[in-house]
Design a protein around this ligand. Structure first.
Ligand code: PRT
Ligand code: ZN
Length: 222
């Protein structure tokens, strides 16, 4: 099925930490979202837009490719994607103020840490290998980056790595796993992004309407 090209397509996380806040932002902006919880798409009843509910990791690709003109995604996911894509075909329109977290380096509580140099020659487990590699390069440190797709906090106990680099919000998960934060690689929050692929005049006008409504909501939250 071809996407309806008279409408805008907005990629949102289907379920997870950004899902509710993303929908709430659109509702606050006055968009009436057709109900139906398990559907992969939903129409906006009072605006020519359609929501696409996807995995957050797919959102940068969809927006870059122009499959969706807009998307809401965490800066951590977006920047990890961007580091693997020299040709960036999206732009960041707004910081949305939710989904805040930090990509942190952490170590077992009893491990001695005297600054970034303590990372030299070690193994560091992460789901964000490109962001971590960039950080290590900036610090002039050589270490081995071990990619894990989840349960990164277990890596030291499993002796897969001595350090981890993972997202932290409250810090409770680190603590529960006997880990302490020792450095910050990235501060993140959710972002509104837009494709750089050109839109026709009609959809450019719809885009302007979408943005001004979202800007209106963000202004009240500043
Ligand atoms: O299914 P899908 O692929 O869409 O979702 P996901 O499982 O990949 O992502 P999800 O829903 O967990 O997170 C989506 C986005 O929320 C992330 O990409 C971040 O931008 C943002 N975010 C904000 C977080 C956190 N806070 C966070 N705390 N993402 C993950 N966490 C993890 C953290 O890594 C830790 O393991 O939550 C755990 C608990 O954190 P503490 O510090 O509060 O204990
Ligand atoms: Zn994901």
């Amino acid at each position: 099925m071809l996407a309806d090209r008279s409408r805008l397509h907005i990629a949102l996380q289907k379920s997870g930490r950004l899902a509710d806040a993303s929908r709430e932002l659109l509702r606050d902006a006055g968009f009436r979202i057709q109900s139906g919880k398990n559907s992969l798409t939903a129409r906006v009843e009072n605006f020519p837009a359609e929501l696409m509910f996807v995995r957050d990791d797919d959102i940068p690709t969809f927006v870059s490719d122009g499959v969706c003109e807009f998307g809401i995604v965490g800066q951590n996911v977006l920047e990890e994607f961007a580091l693997g894509e020299p040709d960036q075909r999206y732009e960041v329109l707004a910081e949305l103020g939710f989904g805040r977290c930090s990509l942190r380096l952490a170590a077992p509580e009893n491990l001695r840490f005297d600054g970034p140099q303590s990372l030299a020659g070690t193994r560091i487990a992460t789901s964000y290998p490109r962001l971590l590699t960039r950080y290590l390069k900036e610090q002039g440190i050589e270490a081995t980056v071990v990619k894990m797709n989840g349960a990164v906090e277990l890596a030291p106990r499993l002796q897969i790595a001595s350090f981890i680099c993972d997202l932290v919000s409250t810090g409770a998960t680190l603590e529960a796993n006997g880990l302490k934060p020792v450095g910050t690689v990235l501060e993140s929050q959710s972002l509104l992004i837009r494709t750089k692929r050109p839109l026709d005049e009609a959809r450019e006008a719809i885009s302007a309407g979408l943005l001004s409504r979202i800007d209106g909501v963000l202004a009240t939250k500043e």
